[in-house]
Design a protein around this ligand. Structure first.
Ligand code: UT7
Length: 335
């Protein structure tokens, strides 16, 4: 404890609010087995997933981000007008132009706040969190809203059992406020390995391969994944980034009270935890109920932890993620 008291955040800030939103509709593994050659047993044992939340066809995706943000702002006791920076981590935007952030900002009532989408695969939230922290530290903002929101259900091929069973929709947000000491970001290790960009992609719909009848027919607008390759890379990437962020923070891995890993596969989480030797009871897992919500997975898990009253001031959290790009990284926070 004495050692921890010496640690000064590299970016002093306080997370004063968290919020999340999951669509009402759920789809269980048994529901999937009703129209796919799969089973609850296969999905549960290979991934840890039992159920996922999905947007209904007519639901507007940005609504998830709006509600998650409103919940985070309410917890922080902040009005939208007090937000100086709004960053949205997402992979598939509301529309290619102008993206997701302006749609959510419009509904939140932001009118002069700078906003932007951040695309860094499923690591988008940890990227956005550290960027917002740097803005606070530089004095460019006093209050930042960081949102992760994702509706990959609209981009998976529902006849491809190797991908569609893995994902769920949802959103999670945090409000960050500037501080001069005490709590904040202790360490950041963000990485990108573009030699792995083939592992997870949607090939069409961008400028390389714009939408056409052929791209639709060839199913090139759906998410394609090399599951095994990603699985193999994920554990090493998150372990390395977590060790590097901890070293920068000047903490031991044993000082981590809560590890919040990206919820992609329970077997990936188990292997990571084993490698880092972090006790199971310190690891936050909700993949069984929400599946992989990409950029939303960490802020949803964080919000559930906060609302369950489990985090105490002064505790150390490690948030770690990997995904398309391959972007990955870890942020270590003192609460
Ligand atoms: O946010 C990051 C995004 N993605 C990830 O992190 C995914 C990382 N990868 C994974 O989680 C795992 O690789 C998967 C869960 C995707 C797959 O698990 P696996 O243990 O690597 O299985 P596999 O791909 O080697 O497939 C084993 C078998 C195959 O059948 P054969 O070739 O052995 O006959 C698949 O066709 O399982 C079959 N299979 C399924 N069977 C029933 C694949 N998906 C399913 C399914 N139900 N849903």
């Amino acid at each position: 404890m004495a050692r921890k008291a010496r640690i000064t955040p590299i970016i002093p800030l306080k997370v004063t609010g968290t919020g999340s939103f999951l669509p009402q509709k759920t789809l269980t593994n048994d529901d999937l087995a009703g129209f796919l050659d799969t089973s609850d047993e296969w999905i549960r044992t290979r991934t840890g997933i039992r159920s996922r939340h999905l947007l209904e066809p007519g639901e507007i995706p940005s609504r998830m981000g709006v509600v998650a943000s409103q919940r985070a702002l309410a917890m922080a006791g902040k009005k939208p007008a007090e937000v100086d920076l709004f960053l949205v981590a997402t992979n598939v935007p509301e529309e290619p132009i102008p993206g997701t952030a302006p749609h959510v900002a419009l509904e939140l009532g932001l009118r002069r706040t700078p906003f932007a989408d951040i695309t860094a695969g499923c690591a988008g939230f940890v990227y956005a969190l550290s960027l917002a922290g740097a803005w606070l530290q530089a004095g460019l903002a006093r209050t930042a809203l960081v949102l992760g929101t994702e509706a990959l259900s609209r981009f998976v091929d529902w006849s491809d059992r190797s991908t569609c069973v893995l994902f769920g929709d949802g959103a999670g947000a945090v409000v960050l406020e500037r501080r001069t000491e005490g709590s904040g970001i202790l360490g950041v290790a963000l990485r990108g390995d573009p030699t792995k960009l083939d592992l997870l992609r949607i090939e069409a719909g961008g400028v390389r391969l714009p939408a056409s009848g052929e791209t639709v027919q060839a199913k090139k607008h759906f998410l394609k994944m090399e599951g095994k390759g990603l699985f193999r890379a994920a554990v090493g990437m998150m372990a390395e980034a977590t060790r590097a962020a901890a070293a920068q923070a000047g903490i031991d891995l044993t000082d981590i009270h809560w590890l919040i890993p990206h919820q992609a596969n329970l077997r990936i989480i188990d292997a990571l935890v084993k490698r880092l030797k972090i006790p199971e009871e310190r690891v936050v897992v909700n993949i069984d109920r929400v599946a992989n919500t990409s950029t939303a997975s960490i802020p949803i898990a964080l919000d559930e932890l906060v609302r369950a009253g489990k985090i105490e001031d002064g505790q150390i959290l490690a948030l770690t993620a990997f995904g398309a790009g391959a972007c990955y990284g870890t942020v270590i926070l003192r609460w």
